[in-house]
Design a protein around this ligand. Sequence first.
Ligand code: FAD
Length: 518
Amino acid sequence: MANTAAGQGGGDAIRSIAIVGGGTAGWMAASYLARTLAHANLDITLIDSSEIGTVGVGEATVPAIRDFLKAVGLTEAEVLDATEGTIKLGIHFADWAEPGHRFYHPFGLYGVPARGVPFHHYWLKLRAAGHEVPLADYCLCTQLAEHDRFLAPPERPGSDLGVFDFALHFDASKFATVLRDLSLSGGVTHLDGRIEAVEQDPQNGRVRAVKLADGRRVAADLWIDCSGFRGLLIGEAMGVPFIDWRKWLPCDRAIALGCEPVDAYRPVTTSTARAAGWQWHIPLRHRIGNGYVYCSDHIEDDAAEAVLRANIEGAALGEARRIRFTPGHRDRFWKGNVVAIGLAGGFLEPLESTSITLIQSGLERLVRLFPDRGFDPALATLFDRQSRLEFERIRDFLLLHYCLNRRLGEPLWDRMRTMELPEALQAKIDAWRAQGELVRYEWETFQDPSWLSMYAGFDLYPRRYSIRADQFDVAELRSTFERMRAAIGDTVRLGVPGHAFATQLPQRQTGMPRQFAR
Ligand code: FAD
């Protein structure tokens, strides 16, 4: 077969990129593309409108954010300092299974596998033998969080017992400022102006240019739509419909309200179930971010705001912000020469803080599949497939939080407990119930330990444990488990309070190892 490869950098190479939107997605895109494609001498312009503003409520992340920071040349310490940020070791779920019940979804492993058999099978065997062995006791990350302690993850952990990671909480507007400064110093041009019209090629529908309200015209080869829920390019110009997932995830509104910090902050996001949804609590150094995510079928906006106000710890700061959203995603994330990143591409309620990580993976995918001006449709097809799967996997993980509840008699929770689940999720739950099998599909953001934390957190136990766990008898397992628990306790005692660590981090640590990569 003839070699027809023209290569990149030739006459057909992309020369210019325009990013529409200057929220978290827009500035993440600008800084990431400017840095990772610096060698390509691209002309990158970001257009946003100070009249329109941003959503700006994304303040909790997952550990993958650390890869992003590294990719754009920032350290965790710099970002924590510049954004009033704090450390996050996971999420503390309160009242989800039933009122008064709580558990953690940590960013770390549970126990140590033996003879090729995952730890949780041995844990299930001990439970089946009648021993009280809370799974959380065998996770260093959970124990650090529970005792409000933090340690830098060790460079080379002696065993799986020492494997954990962390993410950041930050003030979203300050994070956007950090990224904006970085982008501008990396050569990105910033235009403040409201886009009034989009000019498209009549032959193929591709976007050629946009016109701003003040008459300026901006042209580019590749367009990144970061315009928020509206989807100015992907939806309005390219006509890509939105796939509405309210059937699965009925929460469609949120109220956000900051308050004064009352205490030293703990290194976790807290999510507390409420009658018509759930409330977030995100500790920052200068304030606590609070919000109520709820389903408008089950509570009025004013009543929801009253619930939120009644359940914040400190004095409210500023006005409450009311936000409406539709969970789901665009039918296509890439069409023609437009790629949707951030809310323009889709949104899932922030229960597991996944929007920023979806922005990041969208950008990584774009750089991996970076087109030339021919815009080979095979690249867009692959981009769409992977993005869609990533959204579906997260949707199913979120659904798991709802469908395992035991909050009887509350309409939202009854509805979620009895709904027919997506096939892929049902198959996973069935495999767990049958024999403690943790099923993993491609493009999962959340790996086995996360699923395990949910099953155990909601007290959903398999009917039997795997025969492989019979390689050790109960007495052997009990003494091994006791040693693990003691080792974790000793390590936790070496930690410093989470708030102290976050503020000392700049002097003490940069470039800490990532142990829990996706
Ligand atoms: P936006 O912030 O809406 O920005 C849109 C940009 O487009 C703005 O700059 C605007 O000026 C520009 N624009 C729009 N129209 C025009 C026009 N005509 N001309 C010029 N410019 C235009 N994510 C997490 O990871 N963790 C969380 O804890 C989290 N919590 C959340 C809580 C809630 C209630 C919500 C709704 C979201 C949350 N998110 C969270 C998601 C997160 O906030 C978003 O993913 C993130 O802010 C990215 O938004 P964006 O940049 O896509 O859009």
